[in-house]
Design a protein around this ligand. Structure first.
Ligand SMILES: [Zn+2]
Length: 364
């Protein structure tokens, strides 16, 4: 039996476009429905409003097909595909007379279609100098970061952080410290906010971290995936902009890190105590970055600088902003890649700083 039966007008090309781009989980999430990914079920049913199945056991009413393209409510038997779920949520029926609101939900709000993309299709923009080109992407990244929303407004993001072991207080502090935000759930995204042709939002790559250059300016963003998606290669957890050069020459940084990048100097308060040595912790991955950045409070005078790096992100320019005689501790992951990153950091600071490589309990 197929669940894909009741969206008419399948011949319309926008529907095919939507079907090719979307699976039900991100769509349900964007519609504000609760999604239980373990069982591929969602609630409440936008048709009957039920939050549980009739024959109990607390299961959510709507089950999804394996390919995440079809759904069926076990309470009212309504069923359909991605398009009819949006129709149900917007119009109360899976088969509305007027499909325009459904179409505009996808194209106006979610899909980055060519029409809604902010200008620059640029047949006339021939061969800009490289600097301008980069500058454009930096501006886009800054605008996107400005439009991102607080994590606490998005239960899904908060849940993901909880699942990574962060307490409610820590999540609130991550928000206070503005370490990450959630991608805006409507409006166009920059062209480079895509992976394999899919918009970050549709892949649930929605937890956004700002990347700072050697002047402490936001020049790019990275998007952490909150769920698994068959369109993403296993092991890939964070998406970088799909634009050459945007993932280079930048790091994630806590407040003190941003300060160091901006000034290149040890902050005044460190100088009050000659014995204190500025510590710079370099980690990889967003969860490690958050745990380190959250481990110290604002009131902690001697909190370390925390930077997070990724392949191609670290640069001599960034290293040069670390004040001389700082103590640099590479806490990158164990293993070949982590060692390579640590070596890269070591090479960039060895002349001026004390360097330590953290290896599961010991520094060397
Ligand atoms: Zn129902």
């Amino acid at each position: 039996m197929t669940y894909y039966s009741n969206t008419p007008s399948k011949n319309k090309s926008w529907i095919q476009e939507v079907m090719a781009e979307f699976t039900l989980i991100p769509v349900a999430w964007l519609l504000g429905l609760f999604v239980e990914e373990r069982s591929n079920t969602i609630a409440p049913c936008p048709i009957c409003g039920k939050e549980k199945r009739e024959q109990g056991r607390n299961r959510l009413p709507i089950g999804l097909t394996k390919d995440l393209q079809g759904w069926r409510c076990h309470a009212c038997k309504a069923s359909g595909d991605v398009v009819s779920l949006v129709a149900a949520a917007m119009t109360g029926t899976t088969n509305p007379k007027d499909w325009r609101p459904v179409r505009s939900w996808f194209f106006g709000n979610v899909l980055q279609s060519e029409e809604t993309a902010p200008r620059r299709q640029a047949p006339r923009a021939k061969r800009k100098p490289v600097f301008n080109h980069d500058h454009q992407h930096i501006k886009e990244a800054q605008l996107l970061w400005d439009r991102c929303e607080p994590i606490l407004d998005h239960p899904r993001a908060a849940c993901w952080l909880e699942s990574r072991g962060f307490s409610v207080e820590e999540i609130a502090r991550a928000e206070d410290l503005d370490l990450c935000r959630v991608i805006p759930l409507s409006g166009p995204l920059p062209k480079w906010a895509r992976f394999g042709g899919y918009d970050w939002r549709t892949l649930l790559a929605v937890l956004v971290f700002p990347c700072f250059n050697s002047k402490g300016e936001v020049v790019s963003v990275r998007a952490r995936l909150l769920g698994e998606d068959k369109r993403i290669p296993a092991g890939l957890k964070t998406l970088a902009p799909a634009q050459r050069g945007m993932a280079t020459n930048s790091v994630l940084a806590n407040d003190l890190g941003k300060l160091i990048l901006k000034t290149g100097k040890i902050p005044e308060f460190y100088k009050q105590d000659a014995a204190s040595q500025l510590e710079v912790v370099v980690v990889e991955g967003e969860p490690d970055f958050l745990s380190w950045a959250l481990q110290f409070s604002d009131a902690d005078l001697f909190a370390p600088v925390v930077f997070a790096l990724w392949s191609g992100g670290w640069s001599q320019e960034i290293a040069d902003r670390i004040p001389s005689r700082a103590r640099v501790v590479a806490r990158t992951d164990q293993g070949e890649a982590g060692d390579r990153y640590a070596l890269e950091v070591y090479e960039s600071v060895k002349e001026r700083c004390d360097f330590f490589r953290w290896k599961g309990g010991r520094c060397d």
